[in-house]
Ligand binder design. Structure first.
Ligand SMILES: Nc1ncnc2c1ncn2[C@@H]1O[C@H](COP(=O)(O)OP(=O)(O)OP(=O)(O)O)[C@@H](O)[C@H]1O
Ligand SMILES: [Mg+2]
Length: 527
């Protein structure tokens, strides 16, 4: 008994005082870690680094922004010799994430004589391939990578494979590509999967790809509620634009992402917000690679303050100081909600997530709330003249601009016959103020929205069950390509677009399912 409590005590002490030095990383790696400003490992790093060093296959799940990249990059760099060609391959769902993960590897490996190359669509083949020869790490998106493997332009035999955003990489869209990529490699030593969300179906799939994997799950709830505050607003469809402007005006974000469902909507809203005077840029899969890179650079350097994006920006992106995430449209999937809002509140910072929901989307809202298990707080869109100073100014302006007419003088004289001047004036100001407030109201009040929510009913769960069954049925069928049936070459051109929205900005029906009210979502248990 004494022994057990002693070892428990030392474990607690170990965890409390855990430091990167305890991992005994080689000196050049330890130096790079301290230069990056990392002192204490995050919980996912604490738990997964020793297992990866031991050679175990690991499935790691932890909140967005908690350092999963370093959790796999550091132990792999420790194990790599730097002399065996490409030893590590990391597969990620988007081009922007490929660049970011490669940068993270570079940050830690520049003194280790291990080079990192990226392979993703939209850039010249030649340059990428020349970078691959001589690299120890490849970070790739599946489409372009598979294309190069198919054409024998890349022949490698990596020891370590990582699927970052693993649930996305193994969903219906990417699974087929991943299996084929694996078929080009010989026996690998270790396979790792990381993500903030890990639906049960994906965990089952992990058993078929990994060798006796160890599952690490740092938190039980889907969203770090202590760091990300979540609000939603019920509006009419035609009020979305003005509601968004009102929210941005009052929240005054330092840096924000606004998520839309389609590429077309993204481009349009970015233009609209620019027109309203905000430093805004768009990011979506129909843009030229050069423009995508330019946008990301400008967002990271804060030249652009508001990034309007499709789900292509939902996974993994780590941009400092994003204070707000706005959902212009409710996302299709609960996982997507978790990842979208996880672009803020990263690395122990605080963030705010705000979402617009129409009355037709209340059922989807309830489902997301149920899936993520944390509370989204209902608010009404702030009125333009919500504080007294603002109201006073607007009223003064209105009165100053109004001309005195003969008829108004006659009416006033008539009113003053029976009532004191001050009373008449106060009542008229009251009327004016009421009109002012009503004319500037956007969306439903909290009372109205609550009534609507109550009327949505409680059949969300039964639909959820039905949908899960459909999900399983679909999963048993031959996997669909992300392109929703487009030809292979076209699919590869768009290799790294997260699988929502096709070229016309429409939704690829085969990858999602239709539930009540014509809305689409794939409900699954996230944890
Ligand atoms: N131990 C640490 N100490 C301080 N900062 C850290 C530490 N580990 C990671 N970070 C920083 O935290 C930020 C988030 O890390 P990272 O992008 O790896 O998160 P993630 O868990 O992969 O998030 P997501 O689920 O969104 O992909 C990065 O800026 C990274 O440099
Ligand atoms: Mg990540």
């Amino acid at each position: 008994m004494f022994l057990v409590s002693l070892s428990l005590f030392s474990l607690v002490l170990f965890i409390i005082y855990m430091n990167f030095k305890d991992f005994n990383f080689k000196s050049r790696l330890a130096y790079a870690i301290s230069r990056a400003g990392f002192t204490e490992p995050s919980p996912i790093q604490e738990q997964s680094i020793p297992l990866i060093l031991e050679g175990k296959d690991v499935v790691g799940q932890a909140h967005t922004g908690t350092g999963k990249t370093a959790a796999f990059a550091l132990p792999l760099l420790q194990k790599m010799t730097g002399k065996d060609g490409v030893e590590t391959v990391v597969i990620v769902p988007t081009r922007e994430l490929a660049t970011q993960v490669a940068d993270e590897f570079y940050k830690f490996s520049r003194n280790l004589n291990i080079r990192t190359a990226t392979v993703y669509g939209g850039t010249s083949y030649g340059r990428q391939i020349s970078h691959v020869s001589g690299a120890g790490v490849i970070v790739a998106t599946p489409g372009r990578f598979l294309d190069r493997l198919d054409k024998n332009k890349i022949t490698i035999n990596p020891k370590y494979i990582v699927l970052d955003e693993a649930d996305e990489m193994l969903n219906m869209g990417f699974l087929e590509d991943i299996r084929r990529i694996f078929s080009y490699f010989g026996e690998r030593e270790q396979t790792l999967m990381f993500s903030a969300t890990m639906p049960d179906e994906i965990k089952e799939l992990a058993h078929t790809i990994l060798k006796s994997p160890t599952f690490i799950q740092v938190e039980t709830e889907a969203i770090p509620t202590a760091t990300i505050k979540q609000y939603y607003y019920v509006v009419e469809e035609h009020e979305r634009d003005s509601a968004m402007v009102r929210l941005i005006e009052t929240a005054d974000p330092k840096k924000a992402i606004v998520f839309c469902r389609t590429k077309r909507e993204t481009a349009r809203l970015a233009e609209y917000l620019s027109g309203q005077g905000y430093k805004t840029e768009a990011l979506h899969g129909d843009m030229e690679q050069y423009d995508r890179q330019k946008t990301m650079k400008s967002f990271r350097s804060s030249d652009c303050e508001i990034l309007v994006a499709t789900d292509v920006a939902a996974r993994g992106l780590d941009v400092r100081d994003i204070t707000h995430v706005f959902n212009y449209h409710i996302p299709f999937e609960s996982e997507s909600y978790v990842h979208r809002i996880g672009r803020t509140g990263r690395a122990k910072r605080e963030g705010v997530a705000m979402m617009l929901v129409t009355t037709h989307e209340l059922r989807e809202l309830k489902r997301i709330q149920k899936d993520v298990g944390s509370e989204l707080i209902l608010q009404s869109v702030p009125s333009k003249n919500s504080n007294l100073d603002e109201r006073l100014k607007t009223l003064f302006d209105m009165v100053a601009q109004e001309k005195v007419s003969a008829s108004s003088e006659t009416i006033l004289d008539a009113m003053l016959k029976n009532t004191e001047l001050k009373t008449v004036a106060s009542k008229l100001v009251g009327l004016l103020e009421k009109t002012l407030t009503e004319s500037s109201l956007i969306g439903k009040t909290k009372d109205e929205a609550e009534k609507l929510l109550n009327s949505v009913g409680s059949d969300v769960e039964s639909e959820n069950k039905k949908s899960s069954r459909q999900y399983k049925e679909r999963n048993n069928k031959k996997p669909q390509s992300r392109s929703g049936g487009r030809g292979r070459s076209q699919r590869r051109d768009n290799d790294d677009e997260i699988r929502r929205g096709n070229d016309r900005g429409e939704i690829p029906i085969p990858t999602v399912m239709t539930v009540g009210g014509g809305s689409r979502i794939i409900p699954r248990k996230l944890f």
